[in-house]
Design a protein around this ligand. Structure first.
Ligand code: PLP
Ligand SMILES: N[C@H](C=O)CCC(=O)O
Length: 430
């Protein structure tokens, strides 16, 4: 398999763009090798600029629930483009998508659209602070909520991959209001509430996907809800990744815990840049121009992006059963790979939620970031590059999650398991 064109393109990009990439996770640094430059996507496949085809388990880091070039989404975008790219004025599509999301999330009466997950979370935090009149926030080590200053503290995803979980360039003054707790450890949250009576909100990925896939225990989330209620603190579920992936109706529908504010991204834009945050009407009423908390965006609610989101979310609502079908495939995949790994004496921890899947080369169950960090990173790197050579595109860091799209068939899952057996054999034979 030749990747000469990718090698050449990467060299050029490195001279022009820091690290050759526009988001650090794409750089392949922690697994070695060269990032593949992509020419096109086709259903379940990615095709690189050397013409190699890969079954894609990254799906643009989550947004493409229906795979590449889904017909309904593609036609909606083409139709929208014919009417103009942007107006900076309200359009019907914004209310249509808002109505759809409100109908799917119990905790959302009103929603505002932005252009990325980072923006959604940053705005949700401001709203929580404006609503409560408090400054402090609690976040969990290993959770990633985008790259805004106050949240880039012990963050997961690329920040963990590159060993800068708290970034230089963020003044200590900006993060002094960010208190840290350990995921799935309620005592650590209680300590935060002991240390501060000024906590505006606790933000959590209810199904963490940025330290690998590490779902929160239900009991932990229930206790978190109780602690927030007892202290007049808002609970924010960051579902930028898990929203519409783990469940059609949000993590609240599978955990029984209702958040005060939900942040969304990825799938909600069908592959276009969209983020959103929503809450009950009383909280959203604090937002400008209804209320005093300012938040804005030139391209927010962009008509082409709204058309893509509307097509994706309508399709999901009409075919809600796809989540359990994808979950069966996700389970088959990780259970199959685990069986193969263990037959070669390689311990593996696995989990799935809807179309999200995760695996760690680790002897012990993974419940938090410290556990995830104890996984075998060297083995992961070998697995990643050998699977790539076999034609399977997995996320290039152990701190990321895998995604199955509806374009991935049962046969492709079986092929992936077979390839993993070959790879485990090669790895253990040195
Ligand atoms: C849970 C979570 N929140 C926030 C973000 C930030 O979203 P974006 O990359 O669109 O800014 C991401 C992904 O990057 C995410 O996974
Ligand atoms: N883990 C990140 C988001 O979920 C990956 C996307 C990125 O940061 O480029």
């Amino acid at each position: 398999m030749s990747i000469d064109n990718s090698l050449k393109a990467f060299k050029q990009a490195q001279n022009l763009i820091p690290g050759g990439v526009n988001s650090p996770v794409r750089a392949f640094s922690s697994v070695g090798g060269t990032p593949l430059f992509i020419a096109e996507g086709d259903g379940a496949y990615l095709i690189d600029i050397d013409g190699n085809r890969y079954i894609d388990f990254v799906q643009s880091w989550g947004p493409l629930l229906f795979g590449h070039r889904d017909e309904a989404i593609e036609s909606a975008v083409i139709e929208a483009v014919k009417h103009g790219l942007s107006f900076g004025a309200p359009t019907q599509a914004e209310s249509d998508l808002a109505e759809l999301v409100v109908s799917m999330f119990d905790s959302i009466d009103k929603i505002r659209f932005v252009s990325s997950g980072t923006e959604a979370v940053m705005s949700a935090i401001r709203l929580a602070r404006g609503y409560t009149g408090r400054d402090d926030i609690v976040k969990f080590t290993g959770c990633y909520h985008g790259h805004s200053d106050s949240l880039l503290v012990q963050a997961g995803s690329g920040a963990a991959t590159f060993g800068n979980p708290s970034s230089p360039g963020v003044p200590a003054d900006f993060t002094k209001h960010t208190l840290l707790a350990e995921y799935n450890n309620i005592e650590s949250v209680k300590k935060c509430f002991k240390d501060s009576s000024e906590i505006a909100c606790v933000i959590i990925e209810p199904i963490a996907g940025n330290m690998g896939l590490v779902p929160a225990d239900k009991e932990f989330l229930h206790e978190l809800r109780e602690l927030c209620d007892a202290n007049g603190t808002l609970l924010i579920f960051d579902e930028v990744m898990s929203g519409f992936r783990a469940s059609v109706n949000g993590a609240e529908s599978i955990t029984g815990v209702k958040p005060d504010i939900v942040t969304l991204g990825k799938v909600i834009g069908g592959g276009m840049p969209v983020g959103a945050f929503g809450a009950r009407a009383e909280i959203m009423a604090k937002l400008s121009p209804e209320g005093p908390v300012y938040q804005a965006g030139t391209l927010s609610g962009n008509p082409v992006a709204m058309a893509a989101g509307l097509a994706a979310i309508s399709k999901l609502k009409a075919n809600a059963q796809v989540i359990s079908v994808l979950n069966q495939r996700a389970k088959r995949l990780v259970e199959g790979m685990k069986k193969e790994a263990e037959s070669f004496g390689i311990p593996m921890q696995i989990d799935t939620r809807g179309s999200m899947f995760g695996f760690f080369f680790n002897e012990k169950p993974v419940k938090n970031f410290a556990d995830a960090s104890n996984s075998d990173a060297e083995l992961f790197a070998k697995f990643h590059s050998k699977m790539l050579q076999e034609g399977f595109y997995f996320a290039c860091s152990l701190y990321e999650t895998g995604f199955i799209s509806t374009a991935v068939t049962d046969e492709m899952i079986e092929d992936t398991i077979k390839a993993s057996a070959k790879v485990f054999k090669e790895i253990t034979n040195g």
